[in-house]
Structures are given as C-alpha cells and as structure tokens.
Design a protein around this ligand. Structure first.
Ligand code: GRF
Length: 216
C-alpha cells in the first residue's frame, strides 16, 4: 500500500493514540496522522492531537439523524484529509456497514483481550478484564484486528499475551494489558506500512520482513 495516512477515531483518554504519535515521532512507525475525530467533546485524545499539531475535530452524534449520516460525515472528512487507513483508538461507536465497506481491510481496532474470547457486545473497557478474571483465565492479552461487519470479528493481525496474576483486580490487569497495547499498535501498523499484511478470506497472513529482521 502507499504511505499510511491515518485517520483516527477515539472516544476517550487517548493513551493508545498518544503511543502511536510517539512511535511516529521516534520513527518506529512510518505513517502520518492526518486527522483525529472524536464523538466526545471532552475526549483526552482531542487534546493530545492539538498538542501535537494534528487536526482534531469533535463531531457530535446528536447533530446527525442516524449513525449512517454521522459516519458519512466522518468519511467525507477523511476524504478531505486524504486518509487512506482508519485507526480505532478506543472508539466506542459501532461503524455503519457503508463506512466499513468504504475502507474494506483498512480499518484497524485494538481490543484488550485475546479474541475471539471476550469480544462482542458489552465487552469493552473494564468489563473485558472483569470477565477474564471471572473465568479464572491464566493469560489475557491484546488483539489487533481489522474491522469487518461483525463486531470484534475481522482478521487478526497481531496478538500479545499478558499473564493474569492470582491477586489481579480488573484494574491491575487492565494496566498490565495497556502497557502491551501501547507497544503492539505501532507494530501492527508498521506491518501495513511495509506492505506485509496479506488478507486471505477471514485471515491475515503476515509476510516476512527484511533480511535483517528474518536473520535475527
Ligand atoms: C483500550 O484499552 C483499547 O484496547 C480499547 O479501549 C481502550 C482505549 O484506551 N479499545 P485509550 O483511550 O487508548 O487510553
């Protein structure tokens, strides 16, 4: 794919977005962030974008008649900013089918557990970690996946395991998972930047990297 020109959607504090901006600045990720859009006026992600000179827009869902109209406006904005890849960084709205089709295999999401377990309806934020602990899991982790029309379902790009400790609370587990989230998001996007992701049906195949990497 051509150079990654990212459009970011975020609803909250934006720590994953901040980690991506840092990765770009440190040249671990070859990409530019064209624009960030939030559905929440007080989202921390908006402030992080502004501090980094990235166009930041709050779009109120209340100003639109439907999710489809709202997402159409996002798509128009992304086209205006020349976005070719969409990053969900803690975005808490479901995307419309038309939007997903516009960016087929070019929308990526981060989920704070090992999909396909602990995904789907109601599985967001602290609820994910509560469910992992309630099941007595010994490992949890992070999943980066492409977004398709089924919630938390598209091709998995990268996953990383995180141990669950005997005395974990949902909060301590969330914090351990978040450390890995901040690392792996940039790694996943860099695979796209290097043209190393091949989608085969509902799976993603990761192509080998340069000789230096392969020979390590
Ligand atoms: C992260 O835990 C992410 O996995 C989930 O939403 C949370 C967003 O956190 N999708 P932040 O806004 O990036 O700090």
């Amino acid at each position: 794919m051509a150079q990654l020109k990212l459009g970011v959607l975020a609803s909250g504090r934006g720590s994953n977005f901040a980690a991506l901006v840092a990765a770009i600045q440190q040249r671990r990720l070859t990409a530019t962030v064209r624009v960030l859009i939030s559905n929440k006026e007080d989202a921390g992600a908006l402030a992080i974008a502004q501090q980094n000179g990235i166009p930041a827009l709050f779009l109120s869902p209340k100003a639109f008649a439907s999710t489809e109209h709202y997402d159409d406006e996002i798509a128009r904005t992304f086209i205006k900013y020349n976005v070719n890849f969409v990053v969900l960084a803690g975005y808490l709205r479901l995307l419309s089918v038309d939007f997903i089709r516009t960016y087929t295999n070019r929308i990526i999401n981060i989920h704070p557990a090992l999909l396909p377990a602990f995904g789907g309806k109601g599985m967001y934020g602290i609820h994910v970690h509560e469910a992992v602990l309630a099941h007595g899991c010994k490992v949890s982790g992070v999943t980066l996946h492409l977004v398709d029309e089924i919630f938390d379902h598209g091709p998995i790009i990268l996953q990383r395991c995180v141990p669950v400790l005997a005395d974990d609370t949902p909060e301590t587990l969330a914090a351990r998972v978040l450390v890995q989230e901040h690392q792996i998001y940039a790694e996943a996007l860099q695979l796209f930047a290097e043209g190393r992701v091949k989608i085969e049906g509902c799976r993603a195949r990761i192509l080998p990297g340069s000789c230096n990497e392969a020979c390590q």
